[in-house]
Ligand binder design. Structure first.
Ligand SMILES: Nc1nc2c(c(=O)[nH]1)N[C@H]1C(S)=C(S)[C@@H](COP(=O)(O)O)O[C@H]1N2
Ligand SMILES: [Mo]
Length: 272
């Protein structure tokens, strides 16, 4: 199950682990008896962190195909009206490219075809919304870990942010967006966004899904690409993803709480 996980980064993501520094690669230290012992301890700790993160208990439950909900409930935005989104949707997202940037060595622009050509994961999981309903669906997509490895995260990386197409509201009520015909002036659009830490980002069930129940992801459920981060609640499952940004902190985004709903009082860690 450790499939391709970058051990050192995984360890670094286990924030605060004292041994992480020892694995930072000090060759001189490694040459001493102390260093050898420390590195050995580091290896053990590394194994421990992996086991902790990747034991079956840390996986969200997966269901048989017979459990798939016949009508998975759509929620939140179900039809984005943003012009950039509508023009991509009008051509079946053939012009879509996911941006992956921020604290990475090799920023990426990936078309849907490029994403579909990567190794995929399919999982049948239960989606729990804070509003008190659940639905079970099958999701197919690219493990986020694979994308992050492709882009090669920098050591300062701490969180992964998902920027979405859909505008939830307009901030401020400034003059932008008004027109001469007397339409009400609108402020800066506030688009949906979400974030997760590196433990969830590298979790084997964390995928950017482009298919649902064996079909292309429907618009109501987040076409062309949505996040599945299976150990957390519905609002973390960002739909309509246009950009994935690797950051070292969340303070500079939105109201600084790490997500559209978090900025409005929801918990950032929405564990189930
Ligand atoms: N971009 C975007 N992502 C979103 C939302 C949204 O409004 N916009 N709503 C969230 C909430 S509260 C839930 S419960 C799920 C709903 O996903 P579904 O429409 O596939 O059921 O999407 C989440 N992701
Ligand atoms: Mo939700």
């Amino acid at each position: 199950m450790t499939r391709g996980l970058d051990r050192r980064r995984l360890l670094l993501s286990g924030a605060g682990l004292a041994t992480a520094a020892a694995l930072g690669g000090c060759d001189r230290l490694a040459g001493t008896a102390f260093g050898r012992r420390t590195l050995q301890l580091g290896e053990d700790a590394n194994l421990f962190v992996q086991r902790l993160l990747l034991t079956p208990a840390s996986l969200a439950r997966e269901f048989p195909a017979s459990a798939i909900s016949p009508d998975f409930r759509p929620n939140g935005t179900i039809a984005p009206q943003d012009t950039d989104y509508l023009s991509l949707a009008g051509q079946a997202f053939s012009g879509f490219a996911l941006t992956l940037d921020g604290l990475v060595e090799a920023p990426q622009r990936l078309s849907l075809d490029a994403l579909r050509a990567m190794p995929s994961r399919t999982q049948i999981t239960r989606h729990d919304c804070v509003e008190g309903w659940s639905s079970i669906g099958q999701w197919t997509g690219v493990p986020l870990a694979d994308l992050l490895k492709k882009a090669r995260m920098r050591p300062e990386a701490r969180y992964v942010v998902f920027h979405c197409f859909d505008t939830m509201e307009f901030a401020g009520g400034g003059l932008e967006g008004g027109d001469a015909a007397g339409e009400a002036p609108q402020g800066r659009p506030i688009r949906y966004y979400e974030s997760i830490d590196l433990v969830d980002a590298f979790h084997p069930q964390t995928i950017l899904a482009y298919a649902m129940n064996g079909q292309a992801l429907p618009v109501a459920h987040g076409a062309p690409l949505r996040l599945r981060v299976e150990r957390q609640l519905g609002y973390k499952q960002a739909k309509y993803i246009r950009r994935v940004e690797v950051v070292d902190g969340l303070g500079h985004l939105g109201e600084g709480k790490g997500g559209y709903w978090e900025d409005r009082g929801y918990e950032w860690y929405a564990g189930i």
